[in-house]
Design a protein around this ligand. Structure first.
Ligand code: HEM
Length: 148
């Protein structure tokens, strides 16, 4: 006789087909894997073991090894890698960056400027427009008024 309770799925049990949580690595752990024999890097909060890819990288071994052990998001994106290159990443995925090492301002929307601050030209635009309007008003009311 089975003594296990059945039926009424226990609320604490995770759904049967839920994928296991990915392994988490800290930046310090990733930083230790920066040799020619073992090369890990981080791109968009994900950790990749690119060891076996180093010698195959179309952009050369050197650039890849330079980024090994680091968050390579920026250099990777700056190169403007193709969609194929982005897809290739999946083969080397081994885990995710520990949440405590996530950049506070990257918020997983890379590639997009996150700054909410007005740019320099907007800051100057308002006073310049104001001065222009005042100049025009002066011209209309004072200069034109005098000549008529
Ligand atoms: C696992 C990570 C990476 C993968 C799968 C990857 C893949 C590729 C691929 C497929 C290309 C050929 C061009 C393309 O399809 O875009 C390429 C080129 C290149 N990659 Fe990577 N790459 C990786 C990481 C990096 C990193 C971290 C850098 C650092 C700067 C880098 C720098 C370059 C450069 C400079 C080129 C040559 C671009 C050109 O010739 O126009 N790659 N990479």
């Amino acid at each position: 006789m089975g003594t296990e309770q059945r039926g009424g799925a226990a609320a604490s049990e995770p759904p049967r087909d839920a994928p296991p949580p990915p392994p988490l690595f800290t930046l310090a752990e990733v930083a230790q894997r920066n040799t020619a024999r073992e090369a890990w890097l981080v791109i968009r909060g994900r950790v990749y073991d690119v060891t076996r890819f180093v010698s195959e990288h179309p952009g050369g071994e050197e650039v890849l090894l330079e980024q090994a052990g680091r968050d390579a998001t920026e250099p990777f994106e700056d190169v403007g890698h193709s969609a194929d290159a982005w897809e290739m990443l999946d083969q080397y995925l081994i885990g995710e960056l520990h949440p405590c090492d996530h950049k506070p301002d990257s918020s997983e929307v890379p590639g997009k400027p996150t700054s909410n601050e007005p740019s320099a030209w907007t800051v100057w635009l308002i006073p310049i427009l104001g001065a222009l309007v005042l100049g025009l008003m002066y011209r209309y009311y004072v200069v034109e008024g005098r000549s008529s």
